[in-house]
Design a binder for this molecule. Structure first.
Ligand code: CP
Length: 301
């Protein structure tokens, strides 16, 4: 049995297999997970992650039991620990997809679970399946996972998907990273220390337009009010790095703009029909990657 709690657990070879499987599943439905049950336990809000996992399970003939608002509707409101919840649910399901507002919850769940735990986001910790679909999008849209320059933009201190992808990209050759943010929202030291240890080139800047014109991939993030404790600070920061159509018009030929979504004003709507904008495709790729992941973790051909 294999859990997925952080991106570092997958190596290049396993990601290559995962992505090949994802591509082979495009437009397909089968019954390979017939008789199997996925429990989705969401203690924090989600549209894409929960519904794409559930869609993936249904497309493979499996079944879903779901708690979409578990922080209010589950027995956690009566004081039940995540460990006890998981000990119960692992008798009801063959795989558990878990989102929780606290960092480390997926690891705590994995420590007691008899079935695979998939981390669907643990607070400001990690969101590994999003990182996988982000990387899959890069592979599909620029045709490579080595030799490119990525600019991460916005809330890099708190945005778990950016953190997860930065960790993941350290496995690839000649990936240069530029972190574009206000000083208050800089990428945290755990990620930067890891990149230094792996000899990954990165720099930090506040110059968004300069970074966008040099990058092959621009990864925009939401400022995310829920993770910034000070409301005045949030109001100050949220208007700072908005991507507009004239800015995308200066991107390199073939460069892409991605975003894990949801967005909240940091990409203007007129960007949507730019040839560089692939964030809606990226969300759609999430179903393929999650189908492939479910098959892999459940060891089904
Ligand atoms: N990208 C992402 O995790 O979206 P949701 O919060 O809607 O699941």
């Amino acid at each position: 049995m294999q859990h997925l709690t952080e991106t570092q657990q997958f190596d290049r070879e396993s990601l290559k297999r995962l992505f090949a499987l994802a591509t082979s599943l495009e437009g397909k439905r089968d019954e390979s997970l017939s008789g199997l049950i996925m429990a989705s336990l969401f203690f924090a809000p989600s549209t894409r992650t929960r519904l794409s996992f559930e869609s993936a399970m249904y497309r493979l003939g499996g079944h879903v039991i779901s708690m979409e608002n578990a922080s209010e509707s589950s027995s956690s409101t009566k004081g039940e620990t995540i460990e006890d919840t998981v000990r119960i649910v692992d008798d009801y399901a063959d795989v558990i997809v878990l989102r929780h507002p606290e960092v480390g919850t997926a690891a705590r769940a994995a420590a007691v679970s008899q079935v695979p735990i998939i981390n669907a986001g643990d607070g400001v910790g990690q969101h590994p399946t999003q990182a996988f679909l982000d990387l899959y999008t890069i592979q599909r849209e620029i045709g490579r996972t080595d030799d490119f320059h990525i600019a991460f933009v916005g809330n890099l201190a708190y945005y778990r998907t950016a953190r997860s992808l930065a960790y993941l990209l350290a496995k690839y050759e000649n990936v240069k990273m530029t972190f574009v943010s206000a000083p208050e929202l800089r990428m945290k030291d755990d990620v930067k220390d890891y990149l230094k240890e792996k000899n990954v080139a990165f720099d930090e800047t506040e110059d968004l337009e300069g970074a966008m014109s040099a990058a092959d991939v621009v990864y925009q993030t939401r400022i995310a009010e829920e993770w910034i404790p000070d409301h005045d600070q949030y109001e100050k920061l949220r208007g700072k790095y908005i991507i507009t159509r004239p800015m995308t018009d200066h991107m390199k030929d073939g460069a892409i703009l991605i975003h894990p979504l949801p967005r909240a004003g940091e990409i203007s709507p007129e960007v949507d029909d730019s040839p560089h904008a692939v964030y809606f495709k990226q969300a759609a790729y999430g179903v393929l990657v999650r189908m492939a992941l479910l098959k892999t973790l459940l060891n089904v051909k």
